[in-house]
Design a protein. Structure first.
Length: 278
């Protein structure tokens, strides 16, 4: 891996992790178009530690409050009716699906699912699912109305993002809208829900990132990996603040159009033989 590749991919990871456009899909596409080699699923998982560090910093007060209340609530029944205690359980239970499916389908996620035909198709298909949710979602429910059912449904939605091109934030936002949650509520829970899964995925991938998973996979140095992750952290922090402000006042149709456009572009490049699917 060159330094330019590491820097560019770090920026792409930070920009796209929290937008409903699929960061893993964009890393795969960027690698194919500009660098002619795949950075690999492990590179994606490790740089996501940078963006999740941004989540931890941005939501530090909320995370501390929820975590503390959840721990206290294990022994003190009086706090179990509070939103913070319940949110702790919602995040824990909602994280189970992606952990389970990620373990069961690890090889397929690292290899078959990274085929650009799959990435381009899922970008387009789930763009229309997002558009449907934006159109039909009533957006009448806030965090105060959040229930375990919502956490489970959005947890399974997050698991869909194991397929590059789906988008973790896109899937959780989509199903949050189907559940009549406001965009901001769905986005906030999506950020919290991502922490356990992404952190564990990144930690478990640390040992794999410096070994090529397949021919044509680029291998970063330790320094390049560190720099890419730090860049993802800085850019990701800015992206969180922007997205929360944006979804509070705007629809998600701009992301629908973008997904269709980038997916169509990739399909065209594949059909003309400009880039390889694997």
């Amino acid at each position: 891996m060159t330094w330019i590749e590491a820097i560019v991919l770090g920026i792409v990871q930070g920009l796209t992790e929290f937008l409903p456009v699929s960061s893993s899909g964009h890393l795969r596409i960027t690698s194919a178009i500009f660098f002619e080699q795949d950075a690999g699923a492990s590179f994606t998982a490790v740089t996501q530690l940078g963006t999740e560090a941004a989540v931890l910093l941005y939501f530090a007060k909320d995370i501390w409050r929820i975590g503390r209340t959840w721990v206290v609530g294990i022994w003190d029944k009086s706090v179990r009716s509070s939103l913070d205690y319940r949110m702790g359980w919602y995040v824990i239970v909602g994280s189970i699906p992606i952990g389970l499916f990620g373990f069961l389908f690890k090889d397929q996620i690292r290899e078959t699912a990274r085929n650009l035909w799959v990435v381009a198709t899922t970008l387009i298909v789930f763009a229309f699912v997002l558009a449907f949710a934006e159109y039909w979602g009533r957006q009448t429910r806030t965090l105060r109305d959040f229930r375990m059912r919502d956490g489970v449904v959005m947890g399974f939605a997050q698991a869909l993002a194991l397929i590059p091109g789906v988008s973790r934030s896109g899937a959780t936002l989509t199903f949050g809208l189907f559940l009549s949650l406001t965009r901001e509520t769905a986005a906030r829970y999506s950020f919290l829900l991502a922490i356990p899964a992404v952190v564990m995925s990144g930690i478990f991938s640390l040992g794999d990132v410096f070994e090529p998973a397949a021919p044509g996979t680029s291998v970063p140095t330790v320094a390049q990996m560190v720099v890419a992750t730090l860049i993802a952290f800085a850019v990701g922090y800015a992206a969180i603040a922007w997205l929360l402000r944006y979804v509070a006042h705007h629809t998600l149709y701009i992301f629908v159009l973008y997904r269709v456009a980038i997916g169509t572009l990739v399909l065209a490049l594949l059909l003309t033989g400009t880039i390889s699917a694997t």
